[in-house]
Design a protein. Structure first.
Length: 364
């Protein structure tokens, strides 16, 4: 059994490696090549900004060239696939529509869910690969029939949160070679491998937003989104007007345009149907019951109705204890303590110790 879980030699195991042009995926590709695997690197062209050399972008412009250089240096095949239309439909459109609906999207999850682990995964199978490998910091355990997902050993870089929407059959096929390493070790490997990307900064979450604000992108792609509406307080009193709900997110304090309150006011509600925003004190942001939909379960064949476990609503947040209650495709998570700033469009992801059990999209 080789290190990727296949009962054959490394040279007879074909692996497609998703290469963004960054240090992590580059090291993953070279690491597998050095272990003797038959590696094909694939870089996706996701958006048309060939003139952009922004250091924190990915899958565009110089990133594609960086991935090519790594493949040439270590003599493995490298392909560039034009996925601009797929990325626009699956990620950017969703991003814009979410803000237009008063939600706060997570484009990295949508990218993994659609472009990478749907379209690219299918492409890897067409190529004849035994597995698709990525540079994500997460640990996959188990067989090719029933794999499970765990946090990376480097908690500060763990990316399992962004993988919660990965389907079971996709997880069975995917491999994460870097999950057992710390980020500092991967940087050191990049230097040892003499990769030109060894000091390249990590890509930022919203890689396709090249201006200072996501609002510019939303406005450009949906010009009618900035429709004026009413700002209410928690008691439904009118406080003023806003310039479009897409300009606001739950928990926002600055840039609201309301002054004169004795207490600091935050956005605590966004109503698309009424095109209105509700403000309240920080205390009004806090809640311990999170509702969600479209549950993806990776915790085994049986979906429990109720379970003591932990969850988090942000990737950087520590997962906190509570009770998971699932009914069909909907559920609630009741945290032991109140959290603040939960927003529709974000995710609630469940864990049992280090194992990711699943997650759902927050509705309220």
């Amino acid at each position: 059994m080789n290190s990727l879980g296949f009962d054959k030699s490394e040279k007879d195991t074909k692996v497609v490696v998703a290469m963004s042009g960054g240090v992590d995926s580059s090291v993953a590709a070279v690491m597998l090549k050095k272990q003797g695997y038959d590696v094909t690197g694939v870089t996706l062209k996701l958006y048309n900004n060939s003139n952009i050399s922004k250091s924190k972008s990915c899958c565009a412009g110089t990133d594609i060239d960086d991935a090519k250089k790594v493949a040439l240096k270590y003599n493995f095949e490298h392909l560039v696939l034009d996925y601009q239309d797929k990325f626009f439909d699956g990620v950017i459109n969703n991003f814009v529509e979410s803000y237009a609906n008063g939600e706060t999207p997570i484009p990295c999850v949508k990218c993994n869910q659609t472009v990478k682990f749907s379209d690219l995964l299918n492409e890897a199978k067409i190529i004849g690969a035994d597995a698709l490998a990525t540079g994500h910091y997460a640990i996959r355990k188990g067989s090719s029939d029933n794999a499970s997902l765990y946090k990376a050993i480097d908690y500060s870089k763990d990316q399992s949160f962004f993988l919660f929407a990965t389907l079971q059959e996709q997880l069975n096929y995917v491999r994460f070679p870097l999950g057992g390493y710390k980020k500092s070790e991967i940087r050191q490997y990049a230097k040892e491998y003499k990769l030109s990307v060894s000091d390249k900064p990590d890509s930022q979450d919203i890689c396709f937003v090249t201006s200072d604000s996501y609002r510019d992108l939303v406005k450009n792609l949906n010009p009618g989104v900035n429709k004026k509406g009413i700002i209410y307080d928690f008691n439904n009193n009118i406080l003023g007007t806003h310039n479009g709900i897409s300009n606001y997110t739950i928990g926002q304090r600055k840039g609201i345009g309301i002054s004169g309150s004795k207490e600091a006011l935050y956005v605590i509600g966004i109503n698309k149907d009424q095109n209105s925003i509700t403000l309240g004190t920080k205390e009004k942001l806090k809640k311990n019951v999170i509702n969600f939909k479209k549950i993806n379960w990776l915790g085994g064949n049986i979906l429990p109705k109720e379970l003591d476990c932990s969850a988090k609503i942000r990737s950087t947040q520590e997962d906190l204890p509570g009770i998971l209650d699932i009914k069909n495709d909907f559920g609630t998570f009741t945290f032991d303590a109140k959290l603040e700033g939960t927003s529709p469009g974000q995710a609630c992801v469940f864990y049992k110790n280090d194992q990711l059990l699943g997650g759902g999209w927050i509705t309220a």
